[in-house]
Design a protein around this ligand. Structure first.
Ligand SMILES: [Zn+2]
Length: 233
């Protein structure tokens, strides 16, 4: 059987070589460890978040385009991440993550070199093409980029730990935990303009406003999720 096309696509965006092992298809990382494509386990969403195989990280398709409310519980495309693959690609410790300065709409931010050119293109796309209300989301104080930290209330590493995420203005943003109702249900809300979302998505960044557990200031370089060749059949 040939290797899954989505795995070949994933390998092109990260470090690692597609290999066939006794346990099935996998990516062999530079340290010779292997991350399995399909571990054959049925998982709840919580299990997929904590112990994903590579296929799980692509299981929820990411849909760019017009901003729409997210009402399907646990529809969080991109929140399932392979820490092993991200650590191998970007760095497995605070010291190991290389960072590069990028001029983002007049401010210097530090991101991983693999995301730097894409972020720079987002900046060029927006620069001079925003009305004042739109510009306020990206030109004032930013939420930040690199921060070696776990996701709040979890053991999982945030995308900010790898230098591949940027939080735009906190002031105009909405976050699911700020709006959670007493019964635990989540009501999606967003104020970030379409033009900003479109500029990031065109350069391989996913947006946290596409998540049921939304985080509308959050953009994250995940080119595989915006590459149609990486979609599961
Ligand atoms: Zn963030």
């Amino acid at each position: 059987m040939p290797a899954p096309l989505a795995l070949i696509c994933l390998a092109a965006h990260y470090v690692g070589t597609v290999v066939e092992t006794p346990a099935g298809w996998a990516l062999r990382l530079p340290d010779q460890s292997e991350v399995v494509w399909d571990d054959g386990r049925e998982k709840s969403f919580a299990e997929a978040l904590s112990t994903p195989d590579l296929e799980d990280t692509l299981a929820q398709p990411y849909q760019p385009g017009p901003i729409l409310p997210v009402t399907v519980p646990d529809q969080d495309p991109g929140r399932i991440r392979s820490d092993a693959l991200l650590a191998a690609t970007y760095g497995g410790s605070a010291e190991a993550v290389a960072l590069q300065s990028v001029l983002f709409l007049g401010q210097t931010v530090r991101v991983h070199p693999r995301a730097a050119q894409a972020l720079s293109r987002v900046s060029s796309k927006l620069d001079g093409h925003m009305d004042a209300a739109t510009a306020a989301f990206v030109t004032g104080p930013l939420g930040g980029t690199f921060m070696w930290r776990p996701i709040a209330n979890t053991n999982r590493r945030s995308a900010h730990s790898y230098g591949i995420a940027i939080d735009i203005s906190v002031k105009g943003s909405d976050y699911w935990e700020w709006q959670k109702s007493a019964d635990g249900s989540v009501r999606w809300r967003n104020r970030v303009p379409q033009a900003i979302v479109a500029a990031f998505e065109a350069e391989g960044f996913i947006w946290g406003g596409r998540w049921y557990h939304y985080d509308t200031m959050h953009f994250e370089y995940r080119p595989e999720l915006l590459d149609p060749a990486c979609r599961l059949p």
